[in-house]
Design a protein around this ligand. Structure first.
Ligand code: G3I
Length: 322
């Protein structure tokens, strides 16, 4: 059947997919749409593989919610992007305020990664190993890992993940790196430093949380993706959504359709861009309204799980014919 994923695959990509979260899975109409592989060949675990869910207290691992989404993806025959191992946010207090020394925190981080990646070994085709390690000016963000371990926490995390599941593709994932600039350069430097350390990095994820009418141009996105590919990694659009003031005007929706097409066009143009994930597919479950007051309507399906024809068709057409 025709759909967003069918068209992406026809264009030579591995998938078109969506983020999801456990509390949405009691909504049967939602699950039916999520499980339609014509639209979604891939699922990203939106929350339940983060540190606060997985290891809420030291050495206690809780995989129940993550397993639910991994099983659903397997049942549907969808690829699974696993998200995320090392991030300053959704990190339990016992880690962020534990006052651990360098040696101890390295051991805690390695133990967390090894336990989680081993649990999901063979199930995650991508792992977002490190998430959002950069400030807007491209310098390292201060967080407990950076402050305690220094920048080496990043390559150590990648090497640990690679040892636990050699078959998973390992990604660095961040936002505001979708066009050239200091932060994109910082992300390129992370790729180089992981490789210089002798660790494996397979890909870079471009979150792409955009705003209607001010997304980077298709050519700016294309050339930026190519700058990463030149370093020897693949690339993926990992959390795409394009928000606007709500309620969305008809002209905003028209612009949004063009903006979605720009990102699809950029990924299509870069053979090493392996796929696109939207950050949930329906406005019903988008993270945006609770974070940006008065903003939303960011996704191709509305709050009633109805496709926005103009936006949906723009994505289809940007991929090309099936
Ligand atoms: O689990 C509780 C639930 O028990 C409670 O009923 C509910 C009430 O609001 O809150 C639930 O927790 C929320 C959780 O999402 C699940 O819905 C948290 O408060 C909320 O903070 C959390 O937000 C998530 C956010 O990351 C946290 O930083 C969003 O869902 C998730 O979409 C968002 O995703 C991030 C990516 O991981 C990284 N890139 C940016 C992106 C957007 O912020």
């Amino acid at each position: 059947a025709d759909g967003l994923n069918t068209r992406a695959v026809a264009a030579g990509k591995e998938y078109f997919g969506t983020g999801t979260d456990n509390h949405e899975l009691t909504d049967m109409a939602y699950v039916t749409a999520l499980s339609n592989t014509a639209d979604f060949g891939q699922i990203t675990v939106g929350n339940s593989m983060k540190w606060d869910t997985i290891e809420p207290s030291r050495g206690t691992f809780s995989y129940t919610n993550g397993d639910v989404i991994a099983s659903l993806a397997a049942k549907n025959g969808q690829k699974l992007r696993c998200h995320t191992l090392v991030w300053y946010n959704q990190l339990p207090n016992w880690v962020s305020n534990g006052g651990f020394d360098n040696v101890t925190l390295i051991s805690i981080m390695k133990n967390h990664i090894t336990n989680e990646v081993t649990h999901y070994k063979g199930k995650c085709f991508h792992w977002d190993v490190v998430n959002e390690a950069l400030n807007e000016d491209g310098t390292y963000r201060t967080n407990v890992f950076y402050n305690t371990i220094g920048p080496a926490y990043i390559p150590i995390a990648f090497a640990t993940a690679a040892a636990a599941d050699p078959g998973a593709k390992l990604y660095y994932n961040d936002y505001n790196i979708e066009s050239a600039g200091a932060k994109s350069t910082g992300a390129q430097n992370i790729v180089k430093s992981i490789k210089a350390y002798g660790a494996k990095i397979d890909g870079v994820g471009f979150q792409s949380h955009f705003i209607v009418g001010s997304t980077p141009s298709q050519s700016a996105q294309t050339s930026n993706l190519n700058a990463f590919v030149a370093l020897g990694v693949e690339v993926a659009i990992t959390e795409l959504d394009i928000r606007t003031t709500t309620p969305a005007t008809t002209s905003a929706v028209t612009q949004q359709a063009k903006d979605y097409a720009s990102t699809v066009g950029a990924c299509k143009a870069v053979s090493k861009c392996v796929g696109i994930t939207i950050w949930d597919f329906t406005d019903k479950y988008s993270w945006i309204p609770s974070t940006f007051s008065g903003q939303g309507a960011a996704l191709p399906w509305d709050e009633n799980l109805v496709k926005k024809a103009e936006v949906y068709n723009a994505i289809l057409n940007a991929w090309g014919t099936a």
